[in-house]
Design a protein around this ligand. Structure first.
Ligand SMILES: NC(=O)c1ccc[n+]([C@@H]2O[C@H](COP(=O)([O-])OP(=O)(O)OC[C@H]3O[C@@H](n4cnc5c(N)ncnc54)[C@H](OP(=O)(O)O)[C@@H]3O)[C@@H](O)[C@H]2O)c1
Length: 284
């Protein structure tokens, strides 16, 4: 797998495996083991996905050196704040059976993220986390965090797919040397993405599927990407994206698909802030 170097010198694979919505723990362990066997070296999870233990077990079962597997997990909203974040980091480490994390992200831009960031900076300085970053932060929130803290975020993990191209935030992050990472690269299959005619036509030229063209388009924009699948054939397919290159004209064609809005929800929408708050309160 090709790698990029983060703003603190840590190397990160450009393509990884996303583990969202794999709540059957036996399946989670099995597919992550499969992904590692197939060459994936970046695994993305979160405390809220409820599968950290299964992923930890899959890493333990694999014959690959733990140091070669870049594990990301995320801090949920209910754990924001300095003390709660310190506890959450230890809990995730324990569940993953790891003594350090490659990457730890603040999952949502809500709650006491400043307190969280201070705890994350400490864990970073102590070497318990190799890189710290955020997720779902818009450009203004990332800049605010960067300007008023010691450690600049290494990553912002945001929704990026053909309908939601983040044409402003991706270059903004890249100019500030904060690595963009794409979640829902396939928009979770919305808008019949896997049969999109424009992308399918581009793929025919290279004997590649729609999914592979989308992943290639993201990689050529220098965006880290973490597609999720529980099917062996698709996990293989999603990894075979380093043997062709889209032309500038094809990149421009895909650009025309942009709707410039989320396929899920806008993190700045007050209704979204309220929904996540209510969800957290009901779960706690
Ligand atoms: N930070 C955040 O707030 C956030 C939010 C969402 C996601 N994420 C991360 O980003 C990762 C990816 O996003 P996502 O899981 O939401 O969605 P996604 O990767 O855009 O789409 C996953 C869907 O596409 C299907 N699929 C995957 N590869 C395929 C292929 N080659 N052909 C046809 N169908 C295919 C999967 O089905 P099968 O599984 O049935 O194969 C699944 O239904 C997550 O797993 C998670 O790690 C982060």
């Amino acid at each position: 797998m090709e790698k990029i170097t983060l703003n603190n010198g840590v190397e990160m694979p450009l393509l990884g495996f996303g583990a969202f919505q794999i709540t059957d723990l036996t399946l989670a362990e099995q597919v992550v083991e499969d992904a590692i066997r197939l060459g994936y070296r970046l695994i993305d999870t979160a405390s809220s996905y409820g599968n950290e233990e299964a992923i930890g077990q899959a890493i333990k079962n694999s014959e690959v050196d733990r140091a070669d597997i870049f594990v990301t997990t995320k801090l949920w909203v209910s754990d924001t704040g300095y003390e709660a974040t310190k506890r959450a980091i230890l809990t995730s480490l324990k569940k993953l059976q790891l003594d350090y994390l490659y990457l730890y992200l603040i999952h949502q831009p809500y709650g006491d993220v400043y307190g969280s960031w201070r705890a994350m900076e400490e864990a970073y300085q102590a070497g318990t986390i190799r890189a710290i970053g955020v997720s779902n932060f818009t450009a203004d929130r990332v800049l605010d965090l960067e300007l008023y803290n010691k450690v600049c975020p290494a990553i912002d993990q945001i929704e990026v797919n053909p309908w939601t191209q983040q044409k402003d935030d991706v270059p903004f992050l890249q100019e500030r040397n904060i690595q963009p990472e794409a979640w829902a690269p396939f928009a979770e299959g919305k808008q019949q993405i896997f049969t999109n005619s424009l992308i399918a036509e581009i793929g025919q030229k290279y004997h590649k599927t729609v999914g592979q063209v989308i992943l290639r388009w993201l990689l050529q924009r220098k965006i880290v990407v973490i597609p999720k699948s529980v099917h062996h054939d698709r996990i293989v397919e999603n990894s075979q994206v380093f043997d062709f290159e889209l032309t500038q004209a094809e990149m421009a064609q895909i650009k025309t698909l942009d709707e410039n809005k989320s396929q899920f929800f806008d993190h700045r929408d007050p209704a979204a802030v309220q929904n996540i708050h209510d969800l957290v309160r009901n779960v706690d």
